[in-house]
Design a protein around this ligand. Structure first.
Ligand SMILES: [Zn+2]
Ligand SMILES: [Zn+2]
Length: 241
């Protein structure tokens, strides 16, 4: 089938990107999902600073790449019978697929999955495959196994987590990067020190705000939030923090 994706063909672009225009919306061939994979219709996606870092080249990736890694969507098709997923499931996409079998996964540290890191480095799905091709028949790489800025994507089941159907997609999408990164930092590394400890959060984008919410939820005795962008500070003042 065809999908419309947002493709970056080279890195090193300067901002403002409205002028350098590094991204192109293009129609690509999307192969059907194979066993262990899902076809997902993307319903919401977020722009993360890590996307911009690929565009500038600060966080180099293999080119060309269908960009985007923070998304939620709806399962359209499953690649194998007996899957734990069903068409119609709402899913959040995770930017590190966890194989479940490597030493880190077995230790309960899936964010450090070796196979997931290798797939992300190579711009493939977990398992080493590409499911995207351009009109010349050349592979287009997957961004962190997700390629969120597309209308349909094929992903490893290991990149997807089912969420309740009544959770709005635009909120669910934030769990794909901002919440797991920001709240994850607080809940996984700072929780033991809470609520006695005070917490400083530097930078109030999606990640920082998620960290702030998690610190608040854990009853941190004091939260100091800092951002050099005035409108972020204004937002804090409006909410009385
Ligand atoms: Zn991100
Ligand atoms: Zn693993």
């Amino acid at each position: 089938m065809k999908t419309t994706a947002t493709v970056l063909r080279s890195m090193g672009h300067k901002s403002p990107f409205a002028e350098s225009k590094p991204l192109k919306r293009v129609e690509l061939e999307l192969e059907p999902p194979q066993p262990g994979e899902l076809l997902v219709k993307v319903r919401a996606a977020g722009l993360c600073h890590s996307d911009l870092s690929v565009i500038t080249g600060k966080r180099p990736r293999v080119m060309p790449m269908a960009l985007g890694h923070e998304a939620a969507g709806e399962v359209v098709e499953i690649g194998s019978a007996g899957s734990a997923f069903s068409p119609g499931d709402h899913v959040v996409l995770a930017f590190v697929p966890a194989c479940g079998d490597c030493p880190f996964c077995r230790q309960g540290r899936p964010a450090l999955c070796e196979a997931g890191a290798a797939a992300n480095h190579n711009g493939t799905l977990l398992g080493g495959h590409h499911r995207l091709q351009d009109d010349g028949g050349n592979d287009v790489h997957h961004h962190l196994g997700v390629s969120a800025f597309s209308d349909h994507i094929v992903v490893s089941e290991r990149s997807a987590v089912v969420v309740p159907n009544d959770l709005p997609f635009e909120i669910a999408a934030l769990f794909g990067c901002a919440v797991l990164t920001g709240a994850g930092a607080v809940l996984n590394t700072a929780a033991e020190a809470l609520p006695a400890a005070s917490i400083g959060v530097f930078g109030l984008g999606g990640v920082g705000l998620a960290a702030l919410l998690a610190a608040k939820s854990q009853g941190a005795s004091e939260i100091v939030a800092v951002d050099r962008v005035p409108r972020c500070n204004d937002r804090d003042r409006r909410h009385g923090r």
